[in-house]
Design a protein around this ligand. Structure first.
Ligand code: FE
Length: 201
């Protein structure tokens, strides 16, 4: 029997956040689920960011970010906007209402229940990701709406799968590849995740 059943890791619960930054030219945001408070005195938060995200190099350079906690009111369009495109050449905030916290970074309204402003103390290289160890510089509750969890997103927010189609579905965004077999090096055209996150319909 396999010693490591990777599906056991799916039982770890995660929240979902928009991580906001500014590269000196424009505001940017990405969807992030790797956020955790590790100590309370000193108040320390760790955040993991994939090196392929433009936000990763921005945080390495500017040493600051906001974690904006999404609420259950957030719909799929926010995940499409912030999760499935790069902010390098695109203004992800276009037409979206937001304000700025004291560190001059964006805080979204309506779809969030709190925000935390972070200053990076240390960046740990984890091969594919950086783990940022951060101090909290500002934190506010916006409302009492329930926080969005990864589980809630998968159950209620993600695009519903069209069960009349045959092929492979992306478990992250719901895109369906209609073909057989799914190429090993396939990349989801919507969310850019690899073939390994696809399951057969
Ligand atoms: Fe996808």
């Amino acid at each position: 029997m396999e010693l490591i059943d990777k599906t056991a890791l799916y039982k770890i619960s995660y929240g979902l956040y928009v991580l906001t930054t500014n590269d000196g030219k424009k505001d940017n945001g990405m969807i992030c689920n790797t956020v955790m408070q590790v100590t309370s005195n000193p108040l320390t938060i760790v955040v993991g960011i994939n090196k392929s995200n433009y936000s990763c190099e921005t945080v390495l350079r500017t040493k600051k970010m906001n974690i904006v906690t999404l609420s259950e009111k957030c719909d799929f369009s926010i995940f499409e906007r912030f999760g499935f495109a790069s902010g390098k050449d695109k203004d992800k905030f276009e037409g979206l209402p937001y304000w700025k916290s004291q560190n001059d970074l964006p805080v979204l309204i309506d779809i969030t229940n709190s925000f935390i402003s972070l200053k990076v103390k240390e960046a740990i290289d984890l091969v594919t990701h950086y783990l940022f160890v951060c101090d909290v510089t500002e934190a506010k509750v916006i409302n009492d709406d329930n926080s969005m969890t990864y589980d809630y997103y998968h159950k209620y927010v993600k695009r519903k799968v069209d069960t009349t189609k045959k092929g492979y579905v992306c478990t992250i965004c719901g895109y369906i590849y209609e073909g057989e077999p799914l190429p090993e090096d396939f990349i989801c055209p919507i969310c850019k995740h690899p073939a390994s996150v696809f399951v057969k319909l």
